[in-house]
Design a protein around this ligand. Structure first.
Ligand code: C2O
Length: 556
């Protein structure tokens, strides 16, 4: 009788146990190949993954392991970065060339191997060498674990929306030309939505991207800004969007008619097809709040209600002007972490490293340049010089002479950063890193400078998410501004805009050993030297050390 009871209880227990779902291993093959692509009524060969522009989407679930075999069939060195993937202990798979790996040389292969831990949402991948990311990029969709719902109403369908920039000429030629002259590169010739500039660009025959919707249904749009150098406004005529996630971190939902998105950032929005019928314009246009030339062409696509015939499209009554700072500020100020029981915002409250980094442009003498000078960029007056072998290798194998760990915690010279220009625009060169003990906490204030001109810098940190605890205009005032920090539900992300002529404060915990790049995600600023890296030492615990490098790690 007793054993019978136990048996029944056991059976019951087994039935009630949630089906344990094994994490999967997902295999992808990325063939990096040249492909002829037609845009703006002209055809040119571009570097692609598997011949696609934009490249293939990587689908996985939280906890899955992703294996991507990258085969380089082009004449350029290649490396791929999985932007926003934390790469816990697997820095070898992070991808920035000469930071965590030597490039994959022509004819060579490298297997990126990482696990998606504690993340779900939209991220993206892109080449992290030269300017190849102009055409070598795609989406990463991390679904929640099986059986775990979204913290918002389940959408009927999901759609990746990749925003990008297109140059009529070869982008490597564009940047090489700029580096030769010491001047800024040519701006792009069009913006694109899922690879298409749209009919407004004057090549109607090529059409544009169309999103088909059913009246009443709700869609999850996974918007990614893959543009090289431009922040963008994103709008859909006649529709409101509800923001629910940025950079693969859930937010408190809020409604907006305009999304502002910087290169490197992702934004998930819910779109409800509230009309019965019709065609509505989808638009991506540049945002620039400084006197800097941008590509001011608007990329367009269409939202198409099923059954709608004819070609009349409802256009946007207003598109924010390029310098619509208030629109951008309203959007940015609306972002808050969801901070729910299941997704708490774990903001570091005790800070070990209080850092102030100035970010901006400078000028260096250059005898062979057009103005006998070249534009450079810096963090704390250091223009980062790329090493000849990867920093992570140098750190792991203790190779001397590759980098120093004396990156300044504060600007070497204190001046009115956002006021009158200093007399000296020169910067120092260096491959200098900032060292952090495992699990130490960091508050980093990123302060824009008006050297040359103030400008919005979308700063991206590899290996971590951070909380954006504060933001303001002018010079950061430690006493006054710290008091206003949001330490309860600040937005969590991996790329944040430092406002032109202002500052942004972020906090993170250094719980990922390795070498982690931080740079402006405007590609031209990275090229000019607006970059540095943190080196995070191993901890003492069992899972607190960098894993050994894979055997096929490329050699320099
Ligand atoms: Cu999306 Cu270091 O880059």
């Amino acid at each position: 009788m007793a054993t019978q009871g136990i048996r029944i209880m056991l059976l019951l227990a087994i039935c009630l146990l949630p089906l344990s779902v094994e994490a999967l291993v997902r295999h992808y093959k990325f063939n990096v190949v040249m492909k002829n692509a037609t845009r703006l009524c002209s055809t040119k060969p571009i570097v692609t993954v598997n011949g696609k522009f934009p490249g293939p989407t990587i689908y996985a679930r939280e906890d899955d392991t992703v294996l991507i075999k990258v085969v380089n069939h082009v004449k350029y060195n290649v490396s791929i970065h999985w932007h926003g993937v934390r790469q816990l202990r697997t820095g070898w798979a992070d991808g920035p060339a000469f930071i965590t790996q030597c490039p994959i040389q022509p004819g060579q292969v490298y297997l990126y191997n990482f696990t998606l831990t504690g993340q779900r949402g939209t991220l993206w991948w892109h080449a992290h060498i030269l300017w190849l990311r102009a055409t070598v990029h795609g989406a990463i969709v991390i679904l929640p674990k099986l059986g775990v719902p979204y913290p918002f109403p389940k959408p009927h369908m999901e759609q990746v929306i990749l925003l990008s920039e297109w140059w009529k000429s070869d982008t490597e030629a564009v940047i090489n030309e700029a580096l030769k002259s010491g001047l800024a590169p040519n701006v792009s010739d069009a913006h694109t939505i899922n690879g298409h500039p749209g009919s407004v660009q004057g090549c109607t025959s090529q059409g544009g991207f169309t999103l088909d919707v059913q009246p009443g249904n709700t869609y999850l749009l996974r918007i990614i800004n893959a543009a090289l150098n431009e922040e963008l406004f994103f709008k859909i005529a006649g529709h409101q969007l509800t923001v629910v996630e940025v950079d693969a971190a859930y937010t408190k939902p809020f409604k907006t008619d305009t999304v502002v998105i910087a290169p490197g950032q992702t934004t998930n929005v819910l779109l409800t097809a509230t009309h019965a019928t019709g065609k509505y314009l989808v638009a991506a246009s540049p945002f620039m709040d400084a006197p800097i030339t941008v590509d001011n062409r608007t990329a367009t696509a269409a939202l198409h209600y099923s059954g709608t015939l004819g070609s009349t499209i409802t256009t946007l009554t207003t598109l924010p002007p390029t310098n619509a700072t208030p629109v951008a500020t309203t959007f940015t100020d609306s972002l808050r972490s969801l901070n729910s029981k299941s997704f708490p915002a774990r903001v570091p409250l005790k800070i070990d490293h209080n850092l102030l980094f100035t970010v901006g442009l400078g000028i260096k003498p250059c005898a062979i340049c057009v103005n006998n000078s070249r534009v450079v960029a810096d963090i704390n007056n250091v223009t980062f010089v790329m090493p000849k072998i990867a920093l992570l290798q140098a750190h792991f194998f203790k190779i001397k002479g590759v980098f120093t760990d004396d990156f300044p915690a504060n600007p070497p010279v204190v001046y009115n950063f956002t006021g009158t220009q200093p007399t000296n625009f020169n910067t120092m060169n260096g491959t200098r890193l900032y060292r952090l003990a495992y699990n130490s906490t960091v508050q980093l204030v990123l302060q824009d400078t008006g050297m040359l001109t103030p400008e919005n810098h979308p700063i991206h940190l590899h290996g971590f998410n951070f909380f954006v605890v504060g933001r303001g205009q002018g010079n950061f005032n430690r006493k006054k501004d710290t008091k206003k920090f949001n330490l309860v539900d600040p937005v969590e992300r991996n790329t944040v805009g430092v406002p032109a002529g202002g500052w942004t404060a972020i906090r993170f915990r250094a719980d990922n050993p390795g070498v982690w790049f931080m740079h402006c995600h405007l590609e031209i600023h990275t090229t000019w030297g607006l970059k540095m890296a943190f080196v995070v030492d191993n901890g003492k615990g069992p899972n607190e050390s960098i894993l050994p490098p894979p055997r096929d790690l490329p050699k320099c």
